[in-house]
Design a protein around this ligand. Sequence first.
Ligand SMILES: Nc1ncnc2c1ncn2[C@@H]1O[C@H](COP(=O)(O)OP(=O)(O)OP(=O)(O)O)[C@@H](O)[C@H]1O
Ligand SMILES: [Mg+2]
Length: 327
Amino acid sequence: MRFLKKGDDKKGDDKKPKSQPESEPKGHPDLKVISGSQISGRQPQQQPPPQQQQPQPQSQQQNITLPNIKYKIAVASGKGGVGKSTVATNLAISLANAGGAVGLMDADAYGPSIPTMMGVQEQPKVSPERKLIPLVRHNIKLMSIGFMVPEEQAMIWRGPMLHSSIRQLLSDVEWGELDYLIIDLPPGTGDVALSLTQAIPLTGALIVTTPQDVALADVRRGVAMFERLGVPILGIIENMSYFLCPHCNEKTEIFRKDGGKNTSERFGVAFLGQIPLDAEVCTAGDLGVPIVAGHPESPQSEAFGTVAQELETVLEESGDDDELTIL
Ligand SMILES: Nc1ncnc2c1ncn2[C@@H]1O[C@H](COP(=O)(O)OP(=O)(O)OP(=O)(O)O)[C@@H](O)[C@H]1O
Ligand SMILES: [Mg+2]
């Protein structure tokens, strides 16, 4: 995928192949979609695709600076389905409710869920400067590959296209002035995280986990990846920590108790809080109105609010990026 840039014109179009493979993603009419081989052909200055490189600390790689965004924070996990996107959306809204200017970037090209969870399916407009204008919902600026590429096609990215699309979601989007850019990553320790850390100096990463041992083994892998990339871990968030009975408010720990907390102690990183397992959290995401937006007074929303406060504390205490823990 390649977004239109200033100066793109018919001449540029001539360089397009006469026919593209049918499997190439199509989507936004104002965006060009080109193959990975073209990307490297037309942009020789660009980094080679990440899978051909050895991971290196981010400071040696990135060249998109985004100076108007104070904190650039990736939400990651070693394992799928632990609630990264749920946490990213509700955390973003909690930070906005606390007065922050917040953007949310969906970097999950394989299964973008931010459009559904935030209740937006429109295509973004393009500014006169040929930059994509983020959609705004629940007071958050949003950008997702899911806005441009039909859902069923989002699964077929080639490595170089993925790399290029992540860079363009950062540099070809009119993010404006933000306190926080929350970046929702796909599960695991793959190409997207690598592309992201090669593109921008991340303030740090948040690791989402569930309390049981099998998920925590994946946390260790996620932490190890960011360690290799030189990205500070801002903290661990334990999702689906307990079930809160809607009738008597009794807490039931369905999975293991305090796994995320214990792991954070072991790694010496901040524990930012526990989010209850709750049908309302799930339903709210499916309906496109995250629980913090729809029911800000609920105990579930309070839990997200606590995580947002803890994150603010970690960021304030760090003073500047250099003081954050690189494990
Ligand atoms: N605290 C919670 N209580 C109830 N349901 C939850 C909670 N957190 C997440 N879910 C539900 O679990 C499912 C997976 O959550 P989500 O999509 O946020 O996970 P993910 O880690 O982003 O997944 P993926 O790895 O596929 O990107 C969703 O249906 C979501 O609504
Ligand atoms: Mg997700």
